[in-house]
Design a protein around this ligand. Structure first.
Ligand SMILES: [Zn+2]
Ligand SMILES: [Zn+2]
Length: 143
C-alpha cells in the first residue's frame, strides 16, 4: 500500500523512520502510518497519554480542538492521561501514528505514537500499546 505523504510534511517522514526503528526492536514492525492533522489544518498539538490504558488525546495548538486518537475514545473512561513534554520542556508536538498488522491481514496488532518537537527537532516514540482494531484504515482515519 502506498503511504500518502504530503509535500508540506517532511517532518512526518522523520517520525515514521523513528517509529520503524523503534518498532523493529519491539518485534511488531510498524507498516502503516497516519499523520495527525486537525480539522482546522493545524499540525501541532499538545498530547495527553495513558499508555497502560491505550488512550491518547491531542489538542490542537491553533484552535484548541481536542480529539481522541484512533480508538482512544473507547478507553478514556478508565484512563488517566498525562501530558507529554519534549526533552526541551515544550508540550507541542507533530504527531504520527504507526501500526503493525497481523501477517496477511488488514487488522492491527500494535500501535505506536510518534512525536516530533517543532522547537528542537527531537523525534521519538512516546507510547505504544497492544491494539487489536479490525481494519487499519478505519483506525488510522481517526488519528
Ligand atoms: Zn485546530
Ligand atoms: Zn523539544
Amino acid at each position: 500500500m502506498q503511504v500518502h505523504l504530503a509535500a508540506d510534511a517532511p517532518h512526518q517522514a522523520a517520525i515514521r523512520a523513528a517509529l520503524i526503528a523503534y518498532s523493529r526492536a519491539n518485534t511488531y514492525v510498524a507498516s502503516q502510518f497516519a499523520d495527525a492533522v486537525c480539522s482546522c489544518g493545524g499540525r501541532e498539538f499538545q498530547l495527553e497519554v495513558d499508555e497502560s490504558a491505550g488512550a491518547a488525546v491531542r489538542y490542537c495548538a491553533v484552535c484548541g480542538d481536542g480529539h481522541a486518537i484512533g480508538d482512544s475514545e473507547d478507553y478514556l473512561a478508565d484512563a488517566e492521561v498525562e501530558p507529554c513534554f519534549c526533552l526541551c520542556g515544550s508540550p507541542i508536538f507533530e504527531i504520527t501514528v504507526g501500526v503493525a498488522l497481523y501477517a496477511d491481514s488488514d487488522d492491527v496488532r500494535w500501535l505506536y505514537l510518534g512525536c516530533r518537537c517543532p522547537g528542537c527537532g527531537v523525534v521519538g516514540c512516546y507510547a505504544d500499546w497492544k491494539n487489536e482494531f479490525t481494519g487499519h484504515r478505519a483506525l488510522l482515519a481517526l488519528v
